[in-house]
Write a protein that binds this ligand. Structure first.
Ligand SMILES: Nc1ncnc2c1ncn2[C@@H]1O[C@H](COP(=O)(O)OP(=O)(O)OP(=O)(O)O)[C@@H](O)[C@H]1O
Length: 250
């Protein structure tokens, strides 16, 4: 359903600073895949997400989502079908707005393509119901400015915002890396539950090999702007961290 066909990205083309961040990347992401992504610094992982989300243009190649060529579609248009979470939970949320206003913004944007932080009674009940499923007591803190929540609580709300209207594809860009171990574990559990319940296709960049091995049905290893290895279910299930190290080497 999401397909990248021979995608390349070159920064500063034709100058002494020229850098090919992605080189002829082709991959078919199937509906319902949960793909974890590993790779050393500078391997091209974020660039891969940036071209899928439309934050960066491709230099070459095509991106197809649900049979439609979205290669030249603008980022805000793609955002209706492609959700994204970042390492820093503040990236996807507005600090001064309350939890419910943030949820209302996300809900209205994905529903109508318009921003509105007004919250009606039905929406408030709907958001409270959703927050309850997180088991973090956030349904009692809906009027709290989101900037006052802990990183883990905030990332949980950001995750909920991303899936209120389930996107076709969810991009998780090291979304647990800035959290303490317990919060990171909790957010990963919630991530798995939401992905399963809402049948979301997801891709998750991580530097944590254990997380990459223990989550998802498929694992991509990036190296030097290319997908060096694509491990599918059974092969992935048998992998050990030591097996992966070889793919980080040149
Ligand atoms: N805007 C830019 N201008 C020039 N070079 C860039 C730009 N963005 C990324 N690069 C370069 O492209 C390469 C790939 O970067 P990218 O951020 O995709 O790697 P990454 O795998 O996400 O790394 P990390 O794990 O450190 O986040 C790197 O060499 C990086 O320096």
């Amino acid at each position: 359903m999401l397909s990248l066909q021979d995608v390349s990205v070159t920064f500063n083309e034709g100058t002494s600073l020229e850098k090919r961040a992605l080189s002829h990347v082709s991959v078919d992401v199937n509906d319902g895949d949960f793909i974890t992504i590993l790779g050393s610094n500078g391997a091209g992982k974020s660039t891969f997400f940036n071209v899928i989300a439309g934050k960066l243009p491709v230099s070459d190649g095509k991106i197809i989502l649900g049979g439609k060529d979205i290669t030249h579609e603008k980022e805000h248009v793609r955002a209706r079908n492609i959700g994204r979470l970042f390492q820093d939970p503040s990236m996807g949320t507005a600090s001064r707005l309350s939890v419910e206003e943030n949820l209302a913004l996300a809900y209205s944007r994905s529903n109508r393509g318009l921003f509105s932080m007004a919250v009606n009674k039905n929406e408030r009940a709907f958001f409270a119901e959703k927050l309850k499923t997180l088991n973090m007591g956030l349904e009692d803190r809906m009027k709290t400015p989101i900037g006052l929540l802990s990183g883990g609580q905030r990332q949980a709300v950001a995750l909920m915002m991303a899936v209120l209207n389930p996107p076709e594809v969810l991009l998780l860009d090291e979304h647990t890396a800035a959290l303490d171990p317990n919060s990171a574990k909790k957010i990963l559990e919630i991530t798995n539950e939401l992905i399963r319940e809402e049948h979301i296709t997801a891709l998750m960049i991580t530097h944590n090999m254990k997380d990459a091995l223990e989550n998802g049905n498929r694992l991509l290893v990036f190296h030097d702007g290319q997908i060096r290895k694509d491990f599918h279910s059974e092969e992935k299930a048998k992998l050990k961290p030591a097996d992966l190290l070889a793919y980080y080497e040149v």
